[in-house]
Design a protein around this ligand. Sequence first.
Ligand SMILES: O=P(O)(O)O[C@H]1O[C@H](CO)[C@@H](O)[C@H]1O
Ligand SMILES: Nc1nc2[nH]cnc2c(=O)[nH]1
Length: 293
Amino acid sequence: MFSEPNGGYSYEDCKATADWLLSQTDIRPLVGIVCGSGLGGLANMLKDQVVFNYKDIPNFPQSTVHGHAGRLVFGTLKGRPCICMQGRFHIYEGYPLQKITLPIRIFKLLGVKTVVLTNAAGGLNQDYKVGDVMIIKDHINMPGFAGNNPLVGPNDERFGVRFPCMSDAYDRELQQLAMDVGLELGYGDFLKEGVYCVLGGPSFETIAECRMLHRMGADAVGMSTVHEAITARHCGMRVFALSLITNQAVMDYESKEKANHEEVLQTGKDRAMQLEQLVSTIVTRIEHSNNYA
Ligand SMILES: O=P(O)(O)O[C@H]1O[C@H](CO)[C@@H](O)[C@H]1O
Ligand SMILES: Nc1nc2[nH]cnc2c(=O)[nH]1
């Protein structure tokens, strides 16, 4: 059932995993949510939960990072069927990109139409504060510049085309919806929109790197999300993504700040309630305002 040419999984491998999951639950998710570092609590908003540990799912990688529980949660959000990854995979864990993005293709084969990606990120934009929520309007794929793209390898047209467009990677209507919902909830003070840049990690950035990324046009920097967004767009799902600014990227040699994962997780805890409200209201409105998913 499982083969790994070029570190990838065949359509049949993905289908076998999706079919296995579908045989274990009656929930047929239309929205797939990926929880960022320290944001696993987002899964708590799902009712009627059916939970799988990653270790029990055929072909699934294992979470190795603190703050990523390693559980796939099916459930409903105000009646709407959803699936939530409590724990994602990163390049620095040693996984090939095709493995990191396997769950996104499984989402597709489960019937998911809209993917909601969340992450913890360092703020490069000097107007950003810790605790801000950035709606991602675009990305810079630094590993991609060197050929590290999840779509490298033979292309299976059953997923999508060889050369997918990325100028519309982040759905503009969903960005507007998120902004509207955020303003209604009274989150205007900490809601931003900007460009997310992915690096391989696991080391945080040097001061010179942060300065360069900022000049390049990035507002926030992290180690995830972009590979998932590319894979989701390739197979025709809509993508909405947001970053929680968990720390200020250090841009100044006088600064005493030091990026660290504990601060990242703590900021996630501090903003958990608002993020849950924001994401759950967006997901509900997708259903109410449109037939997107
Ligand atoms: O992108 P997520 O998974 O939210 O995690 C972010 O936080 C971790 C660093 O603290 C890195 O894994 C970075 O990518
Ligand atoms: N690369 C990177 N990832 C992060 N995740 C959370 N904060 C950061 C950061 O400052 N840099």
